[in-house]
Design a protein around this ligand. Structure first.
Ligand code: UT7
Length: 369
């Protein structure tokens, strides 16, 4: 049987870091609250568009697999913060890479977008539609954040990672997955105005409205991720003690602890990045997976469980068997330029733009009346 082996991996993290202390300069919050309620200390703010993050991560993953962009048959772009809807984002990555043979598709299931993309690419490889795919998880949330809303502004960060999947006859890659959607809870997480790069009078960066019921999402996330984890373990005939590493969606340390506890796995088997990167939505799982490989936490043949949830409320759990190689075949020289501004300066720019837009639309409304 043909499987889809993970043969390349790479991250692209923006260099500018926003600390809890930075957030407390303009929000009624503090490090003690954020740390105790979420586990988060820092998150990254990108100075470049998401397509640039995605292109650098994809180049690193392709080099890691010992391939060239021209070898790739399919690019999947998992994200919910695409700068444009038409044309799609995956085509932008195809163009930037020069991966001219590749089909290009966007997938949006919010924070689970990378894992749903992993399912899609693996299925297309198993059925012989394509042989080599790049699967990207990327999110650029900072421009769309409502930085005046402390319920959400402390939680999210920007980031990206990508993996390469290749057809293989060995017993590795995605062994099984459970995908689901708890749509009764869909009103608990809605962002109006996300996903437009155009700064004109109709759509302005940062002019978003977040509906966010944290406690409701928390409850449903724990249930969905735990049930999906139990289902995929049963489906694959694997017991919790056989799991070598858990790479969960990183929305909140307390959610991770609850899910892992219910699944019967100890926290020392969990890869955590939530302290340093916050919730990067679709990027959290691939970034944590790549860092786990790069820091030696993924051994050859390891069984890796990846549970996640996101707006929708989509949820899933994926079980992967790693292959024999945990080191890159080659290293790409692709890199971001240094950030010319600090994270706090960039956030304050977005806040100022939003304030001036609100003032303009209030004046416009008064004139209309
Ligand atoms: O990946 C998908 C998106 N991620 C999520 O949806 C995350 C799911 N939810 C959560 O992680 C948690 O529910 C939160 C971290 C969002 C909130 O934690 P919580 O323990 O559920 O806190 P809470 O909402 O019950 O708020 C407790 C208190 C409230 O004050 P009162 O009413 O007790 O006086 C909030 O107003 O904390 C207050 N609060 C804050 N205080 C300081 C809320 N946000 C903040 C803040 N700083 N940033």
């Amino acid at each position: 049987m043909t499987n889809a082996a993970i043969t390349g991996w790479g991250t692209c993290m923006p260099p500018a870091v926003l600390t809890n202390a930075d957030l407390a300069t303009f929000l009624d919050t503090d490090d003690a609250w954020i740390t105790s309620r979420t586990g988060m200390k820092e998150r990254c703010v990108s100075h470049v568009p998401a397509l640039e993050l995605a292109t650098v991560a994809a180049r690193r993953a392709i080099a890691c697999a010992g391939l060239e962009p021209g070898d790739i048959d399919l690019i999947l772009y998992g994200s919910c913060s695409n700068g444009e809807q038409v044309p799609n984002s995956a085509s932008g990555v195809q163009a930037a890479l020069g991966a001219t043979r590749a089909a290009a598709m966007d997938i949006n299931t919010a924070c689970t977008s990378f894992l749903y993309s992993l399912s899609t690419a693996s299925a297309m490889i198993r059925t012989g539609v394509v042989r080599r795919a790049v699967v990207i998880g990327v999110e650029l949330i900072s421009p769309y954040m409502d930085w005046s809303n402390r319920n959400v502004a402390v939680l999210f960060g920007d980031g990206c990672a990508a993996v390469v999947l290749e057809a293989a006859e060995s017993d590795e890659g995605l062994l099984g997955e459970r995908l689901g959607c708890d749509a009764e809870g869909r009103a608990s997480l809605r962002v109006r105005g996300i996903g437009c790069v155009y700064a004109n009078r109709d759509v302005v960066l940062g002019d978003t409205l977040w509906d966010f019921d944290g406690q409701e999402i928390f409850r449903r996330a724990v249930r969905g991720m735990s049930q999906a984890s139990a289902a995929v373990l049963e489906q694959c005939g694997v017991t919790p003690d056989q799991i070598d590493l858990v790479v969960p969606h990183q929305a909140n340390l307390r959610i991770i602890e609850a899910v892992v506890g219910r699944t019967g796995i100890s926290m020392d088997k969990v890869m955590l990045t939530v302290q340093r990167y916050g919730n990067m939505s679709a990027a959290t799982v691939p970034v944590a997976l790549t860092e786990a490989v790069e820091t030696g936490r993924v051994r050859p043949g390891a069984l890796v469980l990846m549970p996640a949830f996101g707006a929708g409320l989509t949820f899933c759990a994926h079980l992967v068997r790693w292959g024999s190689r945990v080191t890159p075949l080659a290293v790409s020289e692709a890199a971001l330029s240094p950030s010319p501004r600090t994270a706090l300066e960039m956030v304050n720019d977005i806040r100022a733009r939003r304030a001036s837009t609100s003032a303009r639309s209030a004046a416009g409304l008064q004139a209309d009346v």
